[in-house]
Write a protein that binds this ligand. Structure first.
Ligand code: NAD
Length: 533
């Protein structure tokens, strides 16, 4: 039986007491934004730090999803007709509200996800950057563009960008604010309505961003949220969508892609990874060791772009491993609603189960634990130590499969070609990192890595934060891109309007088709010879 609005403090343990801002009244207010009937079934989420009940949310039905789409279709028409300048000002106001009310978001993210405050703060930064970027750049991407006509001067050709309509956004629990609001912002700016299903575990943070966007001026019905299992709501979310933005596992992504294919609607899929970091023999070892810590353990490794495989040049392996292990052992693990902690909790019992199973399997088959390697129930039910393994072999599950936890395997290599081949040896291709004392060398190696983003002398934030450039996965890591032009144009339909000012494609009166063909052939040769593109 679900508990209604459990008093958080009563369940918290010392050191992890949620702040006063997370009142039952706030939670209830956010929960009322879920599209669901007043007598809907309820679901209770638990706080990862303590295992105590956190929120009690209404569960949407497929009928609620249908209702949300019906409302969204009406709201979208007015929203698409709203001047871009107005949409821009709403997004910029949202930006300001997220920054000024960040403590609420940080508290919510920590309570729902178990991450550290530092990791949560990066999501606030991300949403501010994304909102500002699309508010200020949407006009450039969406405005009608003159294109070269079929017949120079005589054909006036324009490319228009229309919103897709109503976009389904499905988001996971690991980056509750970034994943919920980041993709919605671009879809909204392009004139779409959004029906979103955040993961239930972190729905409050998503609902908080919706609340702020409405406060910023977004009209009712333009962005709505439903709560429930993918297996229950997935059909209605897919059957009604004009476009789908999905972030989650590769297994779920394949199902979404096939459902979208059946309906011939577009889908952007941001999926899993088994990201590699290559430390070249000329790398600054201290900096690379700092970089490895930053790369492997953010949000307890529950970050799609975090690193789980480390390839180190044999000549520097020992020094690098010593530096990395020493830093990792110094990390402060725990639960605190302030900036004092380096590594937080895993989010769900299932995630703790996967991490434990992967490490135990590797150790049983001969892997060596250089740091961590065990759960920390003394800190809370879902804590797991930052873990460094070596002697990992292909028969171990974690060698190729995504763990999505604070676990990294170190391998050494002899030549750069070998490092690149091994980095490229999984079906995934999301993110990678290359460390070198020579920037040009690092960038040249980066270009040979099969991954949608590659960071040189940085873990992931350089590429992710380059909001003007595309971000997404190759291979089993996904389809489509977020950020930059792709991140907003994918939410639009391109339309070409070509106005033929003077008839130009059929032979003029008195000119035979054969003569006309000869004349056109001559004209084509002239155009090529003149260097026309
Ligand atoms: P998941 O696929 O199980 O779930 C993600 C979301 O999709 C949840 O909201 C879930 O309810 C929903 N869902 C699942 N199947 C659905 C269906 N058929 N119809 C509708 N909704 C459905 O993923 P997860 O395990 O919760 O998230 C972790 C995974 O997400 C990891 O593999 C991680 O790498 C990946 N991820 C990728 C990115 C990226 O940008 N590439 C970002 C974050 C997380």
């Amino acid at each position: 039986m679900a508990t209604r609005h459990a008093p958080l403090r009563a369940h918290a343990t010392p050191g992890s007491v949620p702040p006063d801002s997370l009142t039952p009244a706030l939670i209830e207010r956010l929960a009322t934004s879920v599209v669901a009937a007043p007598d809907a079934a309820r679901v209770t989420t638990d706080a990862p730090y303590t295992g105590a009940p956190l929120a009690d949310l209404p569960v949407s039905t497929p009928g609620d999803v249908e209702d949300a789409f019906a409302r969204a279709r009406i709201a979208q028409k007015a929203w698409a007709a709203t001047p871009l300048s107005r949409r821009k000002s709403i997004l910029l106001r949202f930006h300001d509200l997220v920054l000024s009310r960040q403590d609420e978001a940080l508290d919510l993210m920590q309570a729902e996800n178990g991450k550290t405050r530092r990791d949560a703060f990066l999501e606030v930064v991300d949403i501010a950057i994304t909102s500002r970027y699309y508010a200020r750049n949407a006009a450039k991407y969406l405005k009608p563009k003159r294109r070269r006509g079929a017949v120079p001067v005589l054909t006036h050709t324009t490319e228009l960008r229309h919103p897709k309509g109503v976009v389904t956004v499905i988001s996971p629990w690991n980056y509750p604010l970034s994943m919920a609001a980041g993709d919605a912002v671009a879809a909204l700016m392009a004139g779409n309505a959004v029906v979103q299903k955040p993961d239930t575990q972190t729905a409050l943070t998503a609902l908080w961003s919706l609340d702020l966007m409405r406060e910023a001026g977004l009209p009712a019905g333009v962005w709505q949220m439903v709560v429930g299992r993918g297996s229950s709501l997935g059909g209605a979310l897919m059957d009604n969508a004009d476009y789908v933005m999905f972030t989650g596992s590769t297994v779920s992504g394949r199902k979404i892609a096939s459902d979208a294919g059946r309906r011939l609607v577009g889908a952007s899929l941001e999926l899993g990874g088994k990201n590699a970091m290559i430390v070249l023999d000329d790398a600054d070892i201290e900096k690379a060791a700092d970089g490895a810590v930053a790369a492997c353990f953010p949000s307890a490794g529950q970050l799609c772009v975090s690193i789980e495989r480390l390839y180190v040049a044999e000549s520097i392996r020992e020094r690098f491993v010593d530096a990395f292990v020493a830093r990792t052992k110094r990390l402060r693990i725990g639960a605190a609603y302030d900036y004092s902690i380096d590594v937080g909790s895993l989010t769900t019992p299932a995630q703790l189960g996967t991490v434990t199973a992967h490490v135990d399997d590797a150790v049983a088959k001969g892997a060596t634990v250089l740091a961590g390697g065990k759960a920390r129930p003394d800190l809370g039910p879902l804590f797991y130590e930052p873990t460094i393994l070596t002697d990992v072999t292909p028969d171990m599950t974690l060698c190729e499969q995504e763990t999505f936890g604070p676990v990294v395997s170190i391998y050494s290599y002899r030549g750069v070609d070998e490092a690149i081949a091994r980095a490229n040896s999984t079906p995934y291709g999301l993110n990678a990192s290359v460390w070198s004392g020579d920037g040009a060398r690092g960038r040249a190696v980066a270009a040979r890595v099969h991954a949608g983003t590659v960071n040189v002398n940085e873990a992931f934030a350089a590429a992710w934060g380059s909001i003007d450039a595309p971000m997404g996965g190759m291979g089993d890591s996904g389809l489509g891109r977020r950020h930059g032009a792709d991140g907003i144009l994918k939410y639009t339909e391109a339309q070409t309007v070509a106005h033929q000012r003077i008839q130009g494609f059929t032979p003029p009166a008195g000119v035979s088709p054969g003569t006309w063909a000869g004349l056109l052939t001559g004209a084509l040769k002239v155009l090529k010879a003149a260097g026309v593109r």
